[in-house]
Design a protein around this ligand. Structure first.
Ligand code: PXL
Length: 268
């Protein structure tokens, strides 16, 4: 059968403001020509300023969504975003062990926009023990890499600490690690490790307050490019380019009163 789109699934939270979460993933996938599906873990009441309320869906209902989608459509690649509960991580990993997607990208959502931990240690342990061993790639930002590797953030931000953190993350069972969003004066630097080598992947640093959902967009784009057959390093650099374009185009936007979204549909 020709001309079939790849099928990609996000297991994530809803952002009522449409900037982050499953909305960022689905927008990204539509632009990239992938067929997007969403299993919702939680619904947030949020805008560009703050997250006001969160309602989690029950583990049984999340499991029912996963079974519904995966027993019929299946998925060429899956990404996880906001989960925020050890019980949900347990049912998600059970389903992923049964349905075994060709690619699993885990974007661990553990800190808020200020870099502070949002959830209990139980959630971190569930990520470590149940989800990371199934992942083909994990995409923590720096504070999340520190939490998951159980190392102090200031240590992880030094070269030796970065190497130790990456080694610890691989030891949890994930073959590829992308640590995202360190800022230099002129560049945003992501670090990618395939277990053999550590690659420094810079993108131009943009002066903008509209970057809400940029991490979700990056990991969603990687997920789509992997499903479309691109090798891992190529999928990552393409996704960096896609995200930078979307952020550059949104820089003049003033859609809300706080940190605004990306312009997913503006690509060069
Ligand atoms: O950007 C991380 C993220 C993921 N998912 C949801 C979110 C956020 C951050 O606000 O609200 C639902």
């Amino acid at each position: 059968m020709r001309n079939q789109p790849v099928k990609v699934l996000t297991i994530a939270g809803s952002d009522s403001g449409g900037a982050a979460g499953l909305q960022a993933d689905l927008k990204t996938w539509t632009i990239l020509g992938a067929y997007g599906m969403s299993v919702i873990t939680a619904v947030t009441a949020q805008n560009s300023i703050q997250v006001n309320e969160i309602q989690f869906l029950s583990p049984d209902f999340v499991s029912a969504q996963l079974e519904s989608v995966l027993s019929d459509y299946g998925a060429d690649a899956i990404k996880t975003g906001f989960i925020g509960s050890a019980e949900l991580i347990a049912v998600i990993s059970q389903n992923l062990r049964i349905y075994k997607p060709p690619f699993l990208v885990v974007d661990p959502v553990l800190v808020n926009q200020h870099g502070n931990a949002m959830f209990s240690q139980e959630v971190t342990l569930a990520y470590r023990n149940q989800l990371l061993p199934l992942a083909d790639l994990i995409t923590p930002n720096w504070p999340e890499a520190a939490i998951l590797s159980n190392l102090p953030l200031d240590h992880v931000q030094e070269q030796q600490g970065l190497v130790s953190a990456v080694e610890r993350l691989h030891a949890l069972g994930t073959p590829n690690v992308l640590i995202t969003g360190n800022t230099d004066i002129e560049e945003m630097i992501d670090w990618f490790s395939d277990g053999d080598q550590l690659f420094r992947l810079p993108t131009p640093r943009l002066e903008t307050k509209n970057r809400h959902g940029s991490g979700d967009t990056l990991s969603a784009a990687i997920c789509a490019f992997l499903a479309q057959g691109h090798p891992m390093p190529d999928a990552i650099t393409r996704a960096q380019h896609f995200t930078a374009n979307a952020m550059r185009a949104a820089a003049p936007w003033q859609l809300g009163h706080g940190h605004g979204p990306l312009a997913h549909f503006s690509q060069d």
